[in-house]
Design a binder for this molecule. Structure first.
Ligand code: HEC
Ligand code: HEC
Ligand code: HEC
Ligand code: HEC
Ligand code: HEC
Length: 264
């Protein structure tokens, strides 16, 4: 079972030979990623999760290990949101790779940004200065991951159902989708986004949804939380409520259906 307690032991110092091989491998990989194999199309290497672990070794290979556990056994517990995406892939035939969330959209701009990040990371790798800590709360360039979430989850953002969806509906990502002509999806006739202040929140997906942080799957509301990082999300709820002069509301209360309701 892949969870925090079952984390592999910390990396031992690699021998110079292994290190040299890794550097050569990394350099070849970087060259391949950075052009030869194509700028606009995804590269074969990048699609392969094992490619990521050629540099992201112990303990970061934990992420791929967690994925492999649910790919091999769909009944295995799912510890984090990224793993849940591999679980969906195993049960519903959807395709998820590590890169699915880490390359943004298929736009040229995102492609260039992904490759630039890969180059920078390769240089860091070769210099031996990589920080292998896992479950880091923040990353240097969160834009790509957030763009990826939005690309696959337009439907969730555009679905309007009062309190049950307001924290998605009031995000600037949702406003951008609406501005691009995407229709709102109304449930139970509530087809209007309530936004009295007229402001959109600058909160991003990863303010509430951590992808690799293990979540408490024995939380009584786990099935409703859907691996949301409750501590981080509660802070995000409170920040927006403060901005909108609303009092603080607990996630537990909202998700257990006691969070008040509305009539539009
Ligand atoms: C050539 C070696 C190499 C390969 C291959 C590689 N990475 Fe990295 N990656 C690094 C290094 C070095 C860093 C810098 C962060 C650190 O200190 O560990 C990094 C950082 C990252 C970050 C953090 C970016 C940020 O904004 O802070 C993500 C996410 C990431 N890698 C995902 C991946 C994924 C997914 C793959 C496979 C598609 C992959 N990497 C393949 C070396 C590599
Ligand atoms: C559901 C989308 C998603 C998938 C799938 C995913 N990641 Fe991530 N990844 C993220 C997000 C979001 C972050 C930012 C940190 C966080 O929220 O946990 C991140 C951060 C990272 C980081 C840097 C921070 C850290 O904790 O080390 C690395 C390295 C990384 N991912 C590698 C991988 C690898 C390897 C895979 C494949 C097993 C993978 N990711 C699959 C979304 C994803
Ligand atoms: C390649 C497409 C893709 C990407 C990228 C992606 N998702 Fe998903 N996500 C899915 C699919 C498919 C499901 C399963 C939906 C279903 O079962 O109906 C899912 C499920 C979820 C769930 C429900 C999880 C559960 O256990 O019930 C959440 C929450 C979620 N995604 C958030 C995110 C966030 C946040 C990101 C970005 C870090 C992201 N997704 C990136 C395709 C994607
Ligand atoms: C303020 C916190 C917050 C932010 C910001 C946020 N979410 Fe969520 N999200 C939640 C909560 C709480 C849930 C679980 C309850 C639910 O399903 O509505 C959730 C559930 C989801 C689900 C699962 C829905 C389902 O029916 O299975 C998806 C997909 C999702 N979010 C995508 C996103 C994306 C994409 C973004 C960024 C544009 C985002 N979220 C931003 C709090 C947030
Ligand atoms: C983007 C800003 C924003 C975010 C994020 C947000 N809220 Fe709200 N919330 C509001 C606003 C504005 C209202 C009041 C106006 C309305 O009813 O739509 C509200 C109303 C509510 C209400 C109804 C209160 C009442 O008196 O009936 C509940 C419950 C609630 N929010 C819970 C939450 C929870 C829990 C979260 C985090 C998962 C959250 N909100 C995240 C802006 C936000």
């Amino acid at each position: 079972m892949a969870n925090k307690n079952a984390r592999p032991p910390l990396a031992k110092k690699k021998s110079p030979v292994v290190r040299a091989l890794l550097i050569i491998g990394g350099a070849i990989a970087a060259v391949a990623v950075l052009g030869i194999v194509g700028f606009t199309t995804g590269t074969v290497l990048e699609e392969n999760n094992a490619f990521c672990t050629s540099c992201h070794t112990v303990p970061e290979n934990t992420y791929v290990d967690r994925a492999n556990v649910v790919l091999a056994n769909v009944n295995a517990p799912v510890a984090d949101l990224a793993t849940s995406h591999f679980h969906v892939a195993a049960t519903k035939g959807a395709t998820t790779n590590c890169i699915s969330c880490h390359r943004g959209s298929s736009s040229l701009g995102d492609r260039a940004q992904t490759l630039a990040l890969a180059l920078k990371d390769t240089v860091t790798f070769i210099s031996g200065k990589a920080d292998p800590t896992i479950e880091k709360p923040t990353i240097a360039e969160p834009v790509l991951v957030n763009t990826a979430c939005i690309g696959c989850h337009e439907k969730t953002l555009l679905t309007v159902n009062g309190n049950a969806t307001h924290f998605h509906n009031l995000l600037s990502a949702t406003a951008a989708l609406i501005a691009s002509g995407k229709p709102l999806i109304s449930t139970s006739g509530r087809g209007r986004i309530r936004n009295e202040s007229g402001k959109q929140s600058t909160l991003t997906c990863t303010d509430c949804h951590s992808a690799h942080m293990t979540q408490n799957i024995s939380d009584p509301l786990a099935s409703k939380l859907k691996l949301v990082d409750k501590t981080a999300a509660q802070k995000a709820c409170d920040a927006c409520h403060k901005e909108s002069n609303q009092r603080s509301q607990s996630i537990d209360r909202l998700l257990s259906g006691r969070g008040g309701d509305d009539d539009d």
